[in-house]
Design a binder for this molecule. Structure first.
Ligand code: SF4
Length: 352
């Protein structure tokens, strides 16, 4: 049976028209699915009973299943979620003061093979469907009991970062459908300004993110092509010149001023020198950016060492002296291994 989660409003409308229903039914059903978070047709009391019975004989409403849930001392909550075919991804809630962001995945595994990233060591299995992308956020809401959709001011799960497993822009059509569902004001209603899509640099689709109105983060991690080619294979296809041009186009197409976050993992002796900081500032000339310096978390078999904290502070200072925001990312959920890809790997190891 077909899962209704992940159908765009037009697709849902087409399904209902095929069943001989009036268009206003789409709005009612959408409200149950995405505003109420209801998963049982029989509870949809504003729909006529015969219609509910017809729906339950033809469709399902499935949110991803939680396989494990871990809670960190600092409030980070991390889930391993499973889809209907048994494939699993990680999803994390990261609190910031009284609210926070849910980090969602777009692929099972990742084909990009960035050398510093644990997910890069896991085989790419498949793209997630739009329903599986939206479903992660819905399961996170289930976990916090945040249904029906609360007002923007009252909700805890206030932001979304598309920064989990996989390269979102290599699953662009499903990502777009999922974002449109997440942003729809009649349902989950996350404002576009509260959604950030992070890419390793698939330049072709970057400008289109401006049309969706979402924020952009780049996994940059290197100040020049030589270093980036060594640590991120995607750079051979989309070298920095192409990436920076795409970022400029994104900013030109944004309706409002929108800073791009440049993620930069600090790798000892690789990309952390004062000269690298100078090069980095040259590289982003003409763009409005903020940096996010990420201390590297060493995992088993990682080919790099973390930079010393003093080196990271010096790097940050150089950037800040030139008026760039360059905070050092606080480590979150370290006690539950909240770094990219680690929960799934820990479980895979146990199963071997
Ligand atoms: S950093 Fe992102 S794109 Fe690179 S291997 Fe990890 S998940 Fe894939």
């Amino acid at each position: 049976m077909k899962n209704l989660i992940g159908l765009s409003k037009n697709e849902l409308n087409a399904e209902l028209i095929q069943l001989g229903e009036k268009p206003f039914r789409t709005k009612q059903l959408w409200h149950w699915l995405y505003h109420q978070g209801e998963t049982d047709f029989s509870e949809m009391t504003t729909l006529a009973k015969p219609f509910r019975e017809k729906l339950s004989s033809l469709y399902t409403i499935i949110h991803p299943k939680i396989i494990t849930e871990q809670n960190s001392k600092d409030g980070t909550r991390k889930w391993l979620m499973e889809f209907e075919d048994g494939k699993q991804v990680e999803c994390v809630y990261i609190p910031e003061e009284d609210r926070g962001a849910v980090c969602i995945s777009t692929q099972v595994g990742c084909a990009q093979g960035c050398k510093f990233c644990h997910t890069g060591t896991q085989k790419m299995m498949r793209n997630l469907t739009a329903g599986e992308i939206v479903g992660q956020f819905m399961t996170a809401r289930d976990s916090y009991g945040e249904w029906p959709t609360k007002t923007d001011e009252n909700r805890m799960l206030s932001n979304i970062v598309v920064m989990g497993m996989g390269e979102p822009l290599y699953n662009f059509e499903n990502l777009k459908t999922a974002l449109n569902i997440l942003m729809d004001g009649d349902g989950i209603a996350i404002s576009k300004r509260k959604i950030t899509v992070s890419t390793a640099g698939m330049a072709d689709h970057i400008p289109e993110l401006a049309d969706l109105g979402v924020k952009l983060a780049i996994s940059l991690h290197a100040p020049n092509n030589e270093i980036r080619n060594q640590i991120m294979p995607i750079n051979k296809k989309f070298p920095l010149e192409k990436l920076i041009t795409a970022c400029k186009e994104y900013q030109a197409r944004c309706e409002r001023r929108s800073f791009i976050t440049m993620e930069y993992v600090m790798l000892k002796g690789i990309n952390d020198s004062p000269e690298n900081a100078q090069e980095l500032m040259q590289l982003v000339k003409g763009l409005e950016v903020k940096f996010n310096l990420i201390p590297f978390h060493k995992w088993d078999g990682a080919p790099f060492e973390p930079s010393d904290m003093q080196t990271i502070k010096n790097f940050s200072k150089i950037l800040e002296n030139h008026w760039f925001a360059a905070p050092i990312r606080r480590s979150r959920g370290e006690d539950i291994m909240a770094a990219c890809g680690q929960l799934k790997s820990a479980r895979d190891k146990k199963e071997i």
